[in-house]
Design a protein around this ligand. Structure first.
Ligand code: 5GP
Ligand code: MN
Length: 331
C-alpha cells in the first residue's frame, strides 16, 4: 500500500462524492481542528455536504477560528455519508469510538496525516512524515487541486501549522512552510491578530496549572531529562479543560542541558497520558512511545497507558534514561 496517493486521486474522490465526514484525533490540538476546517470549508465552498466531527468537541481556545462552530460531537446514529476522512490522526483508534460508530456507513476511508508511526489504516492514504503539520498537507492539496482557499480555510491552515511547529520554530519547519505562510498573508491573513488570538489569550486557570506543575518539576539523568506531573485532583480543583495544558511542556523542554521533557497526566479513571518532547533526533521519543503503545514524531510523541501513575512514571523514565545514556555513550 502506498503511503502517498497522488493528489489527483484525492481530487477524483472529492469530485465524485457529495457527502463527507471530516474527523481528527481525540483531545484535538490546533493541527487537528485546523486541518479539518481547512479542508472541510474548501469542500463546502465546492458545494459538498460536510460533517465536522470530534469526540471531544471544539476546545474553547480555538473557538476564534471562523467556521469552528461547525465542529460537533459525532452523532449517535450513523448518517448516510460517502467518504470518511481522518486528518492528523496517527491510528484509527485515536479518532475515538464515537467517530467510528458515526462514520459506519462511509463507502470509503481516507487518511491524511504527517505522523511517521501512521500504519496506513484507510482505503486511501496520504501520509507525509516530512510535513511539519497536517495543515501544510491540506494547503498543498488545496493548491494542487485548485480548490477554493476561503478566509476560513486560510486562517485554519495557518493556526494548524503555527501550533504544530511551535510558531514556525521546530526543525520540521521548511522553506515551503514559510512560503505557505507568506502566501496566506497575501491572501489577507491578519498575522498579528491571529497570533494574539492563538497565543496571548489564555484563561487564568492555565497559569494556575503552570504554578502547580512547577512545584512537581524534577530533573534526572544528569539534568538531561525534565518531567512534571499532574494528578487528576488538580483538574478538579482548578476546573481544568484538556486544552489548558497544551504547549506547557515547551517550558521545561527549554531548560539548558535538557534533552527530553516529559509530562505525566493522570486521567479520570486512573489511566495515564504521557507527553514527550526531545531536542535531539538521536533520542527518538516516537520509538519510546511506540514501545508503550503510543506514537507520534521523532521529537514529539505521546502515550496513553495503564496506571497507576507512579508505575507509569517509573517505566517511562527508565526507558528514557536508557535511550539518553545510550546516545551519550556513542560520542
Ligand atoms: P502531545 O504530546 O502534544 O499530546 O502529542 C505529541 C505527538 O504525539 C502528537 O503528534 C500526537 O499525535 C502524538 N500522540 C500523542 N499521544 C498519542 C497516543 O496516545 N498515541 C499515539 N499513537 N500518538 C500520540
Ligand atoms: Mn499534527
Amino acid at each position: 500500500m502506498s503511503d502517498k496517493v497522488n493528489f489527483e486521486t484525492l481530487g477524483e474522490i472529492f469530485r465524485q462524492n457529495q457527502t463527507f465526514a471530516l474527523m481528527s484525533h481525540m483531545r484535538p490540538d490546533g493541527d487537528a481542528i485546523g486541518s479539518v476546517l481547512g479542508l472541510g470549508l474548501a469542500l463546502e465552498a465546492m458545494g459538498k455536504t460536510v460533517h465536522f466531527w470530534n469526540v471531544d468537541g471544539l476546545p474553547d481556545s480555538l473557538a476564534f477560528l471562523p467556521g469552528s462552530e461547525k465542529i460537533s460531537l459525532p452523532p449517535a446514529e450513523a448518517p448516510d455519508i460517502d467518504v470518511a476522512i481522518a486528518l492528523d490522526t496517527a491510528t484509527k483508534v485515536r479518532l475515538g469510538e464515537g467517530n467510528l460508530i458515526a462514520a459506519a456507513k462511509a463507502k470509503l476511508w481516507v487518511n491524511i496525516d504527517h505522523h511517521i508511526s501512521n500504519p496506513l489504516y484507510a482505503d486511501v492514504n496520504y501520509v507525509d512524515a516530512t510535513s511539519p503539520a497536517t495543515g501544510q498537507i491540506v494547503y498543498e492539496i488545496l493548491q494542487a487541486l485548485e480548490m477554493p482557499i476561503t478566509a476560513g480555510s486560510r486562517d485554519a491552515i495557518y493556526v494548524a501549522v503555527s501550533t504544530d511547529t511551535g510558531s514556525f520554530q521546530y526543525d520540521s519547519t521548511t522553506a515551503r512552510t514559510y512560503r505557505m505562510a507568506a502566501d496566506l498573508m497575501e491572501r489577507g491573513l491578519a498575522v498579528g491578530d491571529i497570533n494574539a488570538k492563538t497565543y496571548d489569550s489564555h484563561p487564568y486557570r492555565r497559569i494556575e496549572l503552570l504554578r502547580a506543575l512547577l512545584n512537581t518539576l524534577e530533573l534526572s539523568t544528569d539534568g538531561k531529562v525534565a518531567h512534571w506531573v499532574m494528578l487528576d485532583q488538580l483538574r478538579i480543583d482548578l476546573a481544568l479543560k484538556p486544552e489548558d495544558s497544551e504547549g506547557l511542556i515547551d517550558m521545561i523542554r527549554a531548560i539548558r542541558g535538557v534533552q527530553v521533557a516529559v509530562f505525566f497526566e493522570e486521567l479520570p479513571g486512573g489511566k495515564v497520558r504521557v507527553s514527550m518532547r526531545s531536542k535531539d533526533r538521536s533520542v527518538n521519543v516516537c520509538e519510546i512511545a511506540t514501545h508503550f503503545g503510543g506514537g507520534g514524531h521523532a521529537l514529539a510523541a505521546g502515550i496513553r497507558m495503564a496506571g497507576p501513575i507512579a508505575q507509569a512514571k517509573q517505566q517511562v523514565l527508565s526507558a528514557i534514561a536508557a535511550a539518553v545514556s545510550q546516545k551519550n555513550e556513542s560520542f
